[in-house]
Ligand binder design. Structure first.
Ligand SMILES: Nc1ncnc2c1ncn2[C@@H]1O[C@H](COP(=O)(O)OP(=O)(O)O)[C@@H](O)[C@H]1O
Ligand SMILES: [Mg+2]
Length: 228
């Protein structure tokens, strides 16, 4: 089963080719690490998967459909993109409730996602006073509101301290063990090495390597070889 399929995807910004004839599949029920150096084209690819950037070539589908054609998209795919903006005056609970109502989701979902990301204790506090790590957890809670079977995360460990990174790893592993699918980008191998089942490595907008990762296989060697 394939959760996300990227087929001959390309994107140019003027003379800059950000993504070039890129094809890969994200298997269901697994964690796929999306790796590459800064500027490799990871964010542009994820934004095309989420229908936020229009490709200049090729296509990307989630469970067989382009994102923009998904019925109830928040219940199909949850996403964390770089630099998620929140209204600083809202409390975490207010924010989640507003998204829940707009998406027509069940009232029980807010409490559920607050427990999932362990933010219940601060749900009444204003987001303006949140640390970067708390904001990342709130972004994850927002992504989980629709109980989606697929998560797309762009550098989700940015701003997390070592405890936060460990917590996120444990969360993603449990989420995938429940049969859900994760595509997570990072340029820091250590963040993902212990939990990735599958790896896609890009550089200069092009695919360099993709495949399953045997536990214990040296991701660093693979990465250095692929991006050389
Ligand atoms: N909106 C944009 N306009 C112009 N160039 C862009 C834009 N977005 C990304 N790029 C360029 O595309 C390339 C890939 O960027 P990006 O997808 O952000 O890479 P990554 O997430 O792997 O660091 C870079 O050269 C970047 O400067
Ligand atoms: Mg990026």
């Amino acid at each position: 089963m394939t959760a996300i399929s990227v087929s001959h995807l390309g994107k140019s910004f003027g003379k800059v080719t950000a993504v070039d004839d890129l094809s890969f599949d994200v298997p269901s029920g697994a964690i796929t690490a999306f790796l590459g150096p800064n500027g490799a084209g990871k964010t542009t690819t994820l934004r095309m998967i989420l229908g936020l950037v229009t490709p200049t070539a090729g296509s990307a589908t989630v469970h067989g459909l382009p994102y923009r054609r998904l019925d109830r998209p928040l219940q199909r795919v949850g996403a964390i993109l770089e630099a998620t903006a929140f209204h600083p005056g809202l409390t975490a609970g207010n924010h989640l409730e507003a998204v829940r109502v707009a998406a027509g989701l069940d009232a029980s979902r807010v409490g559920h996602v607050l427990r999932q990301v362990e933010l219940e204790a601060v749900q009444g506090r204003r987001i303006g006073g949140f640390s970067l790590g708390m904001r990342q957890r709130l972004a994850l809670a927002t992504a989980l509101l629709g109980a989606p079977p697929v998560l797309v995360l762009d550098e989700p460990a940015n701003g997390l301290d070592p405890d936060g990174i460990r917590w996120l790893r444990g969360f993603l592993r449990a989420y995938a063990l429940d049969g859900n699918s994760v595509l997570v980008s990072t340029h820091i191998l250590a963040e993902i090495e212990q939990i990735a089942d599958h790896v896609v490595i890009i550089s200069g907008g092009r695919l360099r390597w993709s495949g399953g990762l045997e536990s214990g296989a040296g991701l660093e060697d693979l990465y250095l070889e692929a991006t050389r």
